[in-house]
Design a binder for this molecule. Structure first.
Ligand SMILES: Nc1ncnc2c1ncn2[C@@H]1O[C@H](COP(=O)(O)OP(=O)(O)O)[C@@H](O)[C@H]1O
Ligand SMILES: [Mg+2]
Length: 331
């Protein structure tokens, strides 16, 4: 077992009576990439905000539990918040360059922490821009405003700015969701390289990205910890049905649906007949989507279809009562 970098113990967060994180206990391994996955609103960003104490900036929030980093409890009154934020760099969803030059963006953190020597600052700026693959692209225009960079470059600049204060941990909250595919790939490549020296926690709703990057996975759903473990185990052999459904549902969400049938309000055995009939009307390899609201149908329809040799692509809960079952007809 690898060493733990962040130990989260019985973490609870409530916003205005909304219980956003429910008694979460999980260990985040050192110098690995941990992906936090789960649908929107399940508490992923809240978990990151607790780690770096950005949660303090929120009104009407209560939190309890412990987050231990290097033997220090992040929530302890004696803990130096500045020090915590220095230790945990944050890469946000949208690039947030400061309204200053490229150079000054990277030098900003070290300056705040008291570095004055031009030579030292120059070295840090070059090193951090090089790590994020930006040096060659910007070395001739270090004094131009950061806002002139492309969005993808701005995000890499933000990563460089974070690295300049020598964090131990890099937190990323959907760091590529505002970027084009090529820029996203750049960021992913940097993160894979940085894993050797840093502990990385990435929130992503892109399951493919989680598969490409993660060594360790945490699956949250409605504020609960559903499952956590090494990425291979979670992705290939999830212990929890909810994880399997989430992974499949997300992976196949862009699948072309050839026929859609609403079976809500039908009792289960009847559903099954209607479902088979709908599939019968499709040609080989085509995809059928069924919407069901009977709990028995949610398990029995996919099971029956699989027994008939069809491929169940996903079973996903879409609201409190309804489920989507996507099935591909046997080739
Ligand atoms: N500042 C806030 N004030 C009130 N509720 C919030 C606040 N931030 C998040 N929430 C609520 O907490 C839950 C978890 O939110 P969040 O951590 O942002 O989820 P995720 O990042 O997984 O989308 C949601 O129900 C959200 O509406
Ligand atoms: Mg979020």
């Amino acid at each position: 077992m690898t060493e733990t970098q962040i130990s989260i113990q019985n973490l609870n967060v409530t916003y205005n009576g909304n219980h956003a994180l429910k008694n979460i206990s999980v260990e985040i391994p050192k110098k690995q990439i941990t992906a936090i996955i789960g649908p929107s609103g399940c508490g992923k960003s809240t978990m990151l905000k607790c780690m770096n104490r950005l949660i303090d900036m929120t009104d009407n929030v209560t939190f309890s539990g412990k987050i231990i980093i290097d033997n220090e409890d992040v929530f302890d009154k004696k803990t130096d918040i500045i020090n915590i934020r220095k230790k945990l760099g944050l890469l946000a969803q949208k690039p947030t360059p400061l309204p200053m030059s490229i150079y000054e963006n990277v030098a900003f953190g070290p300056r705040i922490h008291g570095v004055k020597k031009k030579l030292v600052l120059d070295e840090t700026v070059q090193k951090c821009l090089a790590i994020t693959g930006l040096w060659e692209e910007v070395k001739d225009r270090l004094n131009s405003p950061a806002s002139q960079l492309s969005i993808g470059q701005q995000q890499r600049l933000c990563l460089a700015r974070g690295l300049a204060v020598e964090p131990e941990i890099i937190l990323c909250d959907e760091p590529t969701s505002a970027l084009d595919p090529v820029s996203s790939q750049h960021i992913e490549q940097q993160l894979l390289k940085l894993r050797k020296d840093y502990t990385i926690v990435i929130v992503t709703h892109n399951i493919h990205q989680a598969m490409r990057l993660a060594d360790y996975v945490i699956h949250l759903y409605l504020g609960e910890l559903v499952e956590h473990g090494p990425a291979n185990d979670v992705f290939e052999n999830p212990k929890e049905e909810r994880t399997r459904a989430y992974i499949n549902g997300t992976m196949f969400s862009d699948l072309k649906i050839d026929k859609e049938v609403d079976l809500k309000g039908n009792i289960c055995p009847y559903n099954f007949v209607l479902a088979k009939q709908a599939l019968h009307e499709l040609s080989k390899g085509k995809v059928l989507k069924l919407v069901v609201d009977d709990p028995l149908a949610v398990t029995e329809v996919p099971r029956g279809m699989e027994a008939d040799g069809h491929k169940v692509m996903s079973v996903k809960q879409i609201n409190k009562t309804d489920w989507e079952v996507v099935i591909q007809k046997k080739e």
